[in-house]
Design a binder for this molecule. Sequence first.
Ligand code: GLN
Length: 538
Amino acid sequence: MSIKYIFITGGVVSSLGKGLTSASIAMLLENRKIKTALLKLDPYINVDPGTMNPFQHGEVYVTDDGAETDLDLGHYYRYTNSPLSKKSNTTTGQIYDTVIKKERKGDYLGKTVQVIPHITDEIKKRILDCATQEKGIQIVFVEIGGTVGDIESLPFLEAIRQFRNEREKDCINIHLTYVPYLKAAGEIKTKPTQHSAQMLREIGIIPDIILCRSEMPIPKEFKDKISLFCNVKKDAVIDEVDVENSIYEVPIGLYEQKLDQMICKLLNLKCGSINLSKWKKMLNSLLNPKKSVTIGIVGKYLDHQDAYKSIFEALTHAGAALNTEVTIQKFESDKIVKNGSLIKEVKNLDGYLVPGGFGSRGLEGKILAAKYAREKKLPFFGICLGMHMMAVEFARNVLKLKDANSTEVDDESKDPVIALLEDQKQIEKLGGTMRLGAYLCSLKQNTKAYKAYKKRVVSERHRHRYEFNNKYKKLFEDNGIIFSGTLKDDNLCEIMEIKDHPWMVGVQYHPEFKSKPLAPHPLFVAFIDAALKKRRKK
Ligand code: GLN
């Protein structure tokens, strides 16, 4: 049986949730025993989002094989078990980089190198690479970033047109659009959708299914109008109404409109039975919590709603697992310090999470939050830079090393408790050069980390240049720190925790990347559990 392809394009406006929609459909098909893979094509020229500011791009999601990727891959991971690797995300930058390198090598000798066919051929190759990365993949979702009409996504659209032309029976196009409700006119408007489908037709792409994002269910007469103008079957106009409470409701809405069955039919695939009971049980627990906790996140990119996407999701998953509503209070770390101490709004919460980050802005706020949580014995979870600041705080205030710092901030610190990784010292280029991807971590028994994971060895994903400086290990240990996780067969610190504290744990890696709604991350669950215990005591 040949591999099938679903191309997802977006129309009218950006931020419609193409990634979430692709992931939701893939989840339904996977539940029907169809093996899927997903690929995100990003039209920007950066080779990857790794060098972009989180305010520009939101979170950079990291795969096991160390690719720094678009945050849509996080949705793919959370909703499905599809393979996720370097082959799951490609950008215009990567495509051109490959083609130009080939040209310099002389691979196109004699030819003029052009967008068609050379760039489009490289795009098509990437689609095939994603499809063949593992055996048995039956459907590949190809999500094209941006909005139809953007100049920069044209080569991608041309490539998928050609791809389909070469495999007519194995491809379908789903176009996700926005159908606005105009309050003043008291009417739903289909014109923007008509125009974006028209723009696709000009390129030679006719959608098989139109998914309409809207604030309310779209009445049949409007769907029929979209069908008529956009040249799709009446029952292939499907609405994707804004979910009320949780993004994990999206697959249920699509399932109820039989979208997954329609796709199987269009692609001539056997559609196995479906069982959504686990998913619905998780949703029920998420939507009807019996308990609640408030967690303060002390970060520095909180104004961008997607900059800590996986962290927010991981907290939601842990909350669902414990039937607990997790209310998040966001604190910009450079705005919470007044006259050397924390402002009162940050105090007395049920737990604190300090996420990863780069640079020196706002670090004192993070250090003070760690100090407060340590002294008041409130649950604290430090992730990557958060762990670094937990170590600096401990060194300054417990070990009395007043000048302790991370060399990321002060490379002349007398006590560099956090310092550049050995293999980072020679690196000059910024892009793709951090310690990236999955490494094994050995856990020490009888520790909070071990109690959470219940395993001797775990695999977690990394993205950093600095690490705990083992010169200070003994001193930290003698004063109440347990290094509960270390790089397997090495002594690089991966997890540190405070012995005499209900739950203060710092991790060098990013556990948030590996949390799923049906498999919440053990450390996030343990953290929320500690916050619940704290709340009960109040
Ligand atoms: N900036 C720190 C480093 O490079 C932490 C990185 C992070 O939090 N992901 O080591």
